[in-house]
Design a protein around this ligand. Sequence first.
Ligand SMILES: Nc1ncnc2c1ncn2[C@@H]1O[C@H](COP(=O)(O)OP(=O)(O)OP(=O)(O)O)[C@@H](O)[C@H]1O
Length: 261
Amino acid sequence: MTAALSSTGLGIRFGGHAAVDGVTAAFGAGTLTAIVGPNGAGKTTYFNLLSGQLRASAGAVHLKGEDITRLSAAQRTSRGIGRAFQLTNLFPRLTVAENVRLAVQSRHSAGFNMLAMWRGRHDLIEQAEHYLQEVGLAHRRADVSSKLPHGDKRKLEVAILMALEPEILMFDEPTAGMSVDEVPVILELIRKLKARGDKTILLVEHKMDVIHSLADRIVVLHNGRLVADGAPAEVMASAIVQEAYLGVKRPAMKRAEAVHA
Ligand SMILES: Nc1ncnc2c1ncn2[C@@H]1O[C@H](COP(=O)(O)OP(=O)(O)OP(=O)(O)O)[C@@H](O)[C@H]1O
């Protein structure tokens, strides 16, 4: 079966350094894959290559069989690749509701800049309200987004992503900087998206409990290379992961600590 999203020999060099080095992986529709690896392993760079923020110096990216390697990030978004950034896709001066409405609107019209068009479009307003309810931000609908606490900004980011209704959802450390009691809210949202069964979800994550509770599969990157790919239990038990990744937390793994640094 054709993968929803795949990379073949994907790579990029910064100067002489291969940040991502020949990564081949395929992500099936309805699956959630966690991308893990030590700091500097190339996870975010790999995400950037898949979503089009960076152009590959080698290899290809395919979306449902179509070669999208040369497409811009905006073209990939319009084809169904959605990514939650680290808060960079919020309009800080707009309210929470306006941010989500713009995302809904972008699916229904060409423009991002016509809040006036909302008059009379109760169907779109209701859709935006639905996503706000889903992420538990309805009570914040009139707040200016720049004034939100960090956790609420992350929830808003997820609401915006959901409102874009992408087929592929990419989350880069969605719970980073969140308080302990906020983390489950985001995890529940991702779990719900997964339960729909029609989304392909990629998640860069450091927290092992999060990975274990959500992932169908784990891809491990190390020094830009894919070093393991499989079911969570199998991958976490593999020697290469124990040494290269989990090793950073174990006293005997001085070498892995050096890699981590
Ligand atoms: N724009 C860039 N220019 C030069 N080097 C870069 C650039 N972006 C990333 N790198 C380098 O590429 C390597 C991979 O970085 P990347 O941020 O993808 O790792 P990561 O696995 O996401 O790390 P972390 O877990 O710390 O976020 C690192 O050595 C990093 O310094």
